[in-house]
Ligand binder design. Structure first.
Ligand SMILES: Nc1ncnc2c1ncn2[C@@H]1O[C@H](COP(=O)(O)OP(=O)(O)O)[C@@H](O)[C@H]1O
Ligand code: SF4
Ligand SMILES: [Mg+2]
Length: 406
């Protein structure tokens, strides 16, 4: 453990603590002052009133996509420095497809999806740069990062719905399920009346396979099981015919049989509404079963993306390969579950080279010198790793020779 320094504040308790992790009081004051300015500027921007639509209407790169994310940066301006939670993320969600976003806990999956909903915890959390484009059913395209909060309210929960890991955090414990579901319909569906809202809620509860619909409609959230609550959340998300469902670890809190049922339900639902799903999980098994396309995240960046076949049959990035090995039931594990050694770098102080360097068993000289460029393997398959960069092919050959010789 690092030594205790009187004047300085220790910000992370690790065994081999780095000097740069100490903050002087002067440094602390500087950060606080800078953050205050950042908060003021962003808050002003978000609260703009009467903004004409022209300011945030845009064009998609490809009209077959519902969402296009380009070079997204979402930071948290904390007391100890700027956490670059999402640090240059780009991927598309095509119409009618399930895109799986996978990576260890803390790699920025949730912050990416919250950015898409403009739900990142402000003022600390802010989308700093990049583009998130969304195409609605009429073909109109919105630049979400430019939308003021009140305009975003029309899209959030209606066009794009979100299902969280723990439904209790999104359900209000003091209102009955029926009331909460009706509210969503009343808020988002034009000309909805109390009666039509109830009808819609009941229809959705039926759709998600709830047997005793009237009873559930009249229950409080705590009276239902976890699996049942997740069904209610899905029913609620569906009640406004969303074009995109973001499901953030939707089955993590459930036991295995219920998990399979909920996944099956999500798939059915997607086909029924002809929508898309962004499925966030740390579980590769879920991805293999559900996703059409896969995005692998590590420390705020995408390290590999491709179709589910490409990622599972032919993973390129050593991190993806490590994830595959650490899957329960994978052949390479033997008796024990393989886990990737080492720690993710400190998010406040990312190195200027490959973020996976300290954990990678394939690392060679260039890996500690620069961040790898995007390498393309097919129309859909990409990874950021120096191993595949033709520029470094000779380094790789030399290192192999050295190893063989000694
Ligand atoms: N409100 C917050 N304040 C500061 N840092 C945050 C906040 N929310 C998330 N982070 C940081 O952002 C990073 C990404 O978090 P998250 O997207 O939640 O990860 P996950 O991939 O597990 O969903 C983590 O390092 C986390 O500590
Ligand atoms: S760039 Fe180097 S350190 Fe990074 S994943 Fe590839 S081989 Fe490993
Ligand atoms: Mg998360």
């Amino acid at each position: 453990m690092g030594f205790f320094n009187f004047k300085n504040k220790k910000i992370q308790l690790e065994d081999d603590i780095d000097e740069t992790m100490y903050l002087s009081l002067k440094e602390e004051r500087r950060i606080a002052k800078e953050n205050k300015k950042v908060f003021r500027d962003y808050t002003k921007l978000k609260r703009r009133k009467n903004v004409s639509e022209e300011e945030y209407l845009t064009q998609m790169r490809d009209s077959a996509n519902v969402v296009e994310i380009d070079d997204l940066h979402t930071y948290f301006y904390t007391d100890v420095g700027t956490v670059k939670s999402v640090n240059g993320v780009s991927f598309d969600v095509p119409q009618g497809k399930i895109v799986g976003v996978v990576g260890e806990s803390g790699c920025g999956k949730s912050v990416t999806s919250l950015s898409l909903m403009q739900l990142v915890q402000a003022p600390t959390g802010q989308i700093v740069s990049g583009s998130i484009r969304y195409q609605d059913a009429t073909g109109k395209c919105y630049e979400i990062t430019d939308m003021p909060t009140d305009a975003m309210l029309h899209i959030r929960g209606k066009d794009i719905a979100m299902i969280f890991q723990e439904p209790m955090t999104s359900l209000n414990p003091v209102f009955k399920i029926g009331n909460q579901m009706d509210e969503v319909v009343l808020l988002h569906v034009e000309d909805a009346t109390r009666e039509s809202a109830k009808e819609r809620s009941i229809e959705m509860l039926n759709l998600v396979g709830i047997a005793d619909v009237e009873k559930v409609y009249d229950s409080y959230p705590h009276e239902l099981s976890g699996g049942m609550r997740q069904r209610v959340m899905i029913a609620m998300a569906l009640s406004c015919d969303p074009r995109l469902i973001i499901a953030d670890e939707p089955t993590t809190a459930l036991d295995v049989t219920i998990q399979a049922q909920i996944l099956e339900l999500l798939r059915e639902v997607k086909d029924r509404i002809h929508g898309s799903i962004m499925l966030i999980t740390h579980d590769l098994g879920v991805i293999a079963e559900m996703a059409d396309l896969v995005v692998v995240m590590y420390a705020g960046r995408i390290v590999e993306k491709g179709t589910v076949q490409e990622i599972f049959k032919n993973p390129k990035h050593p991190y993806t390969i490590g994830l595959m090995k650490s899957r329960p039931g994978s052949q390479n594990t033997g008796d024990r579950l393989y886990s990737i050694k080492g720690q993710v770098p400190n998010p406040i102080n990312m190195p200027p080279y490959c973020y996976f360097y300290n954990r990678c068993d394939k690392a060679f000289a260039p890996c500690s010198q620069s961040y790898p460029e995007l390498m393309q393997f097919s129309k859909t398959h990409f990874a950021n790793c120096h191993l595949y960069d033709p520029k470094y092919a000779s380094n790789l050959k030399d290192e192999k020779m050295e190893k063989q010789n000694g």
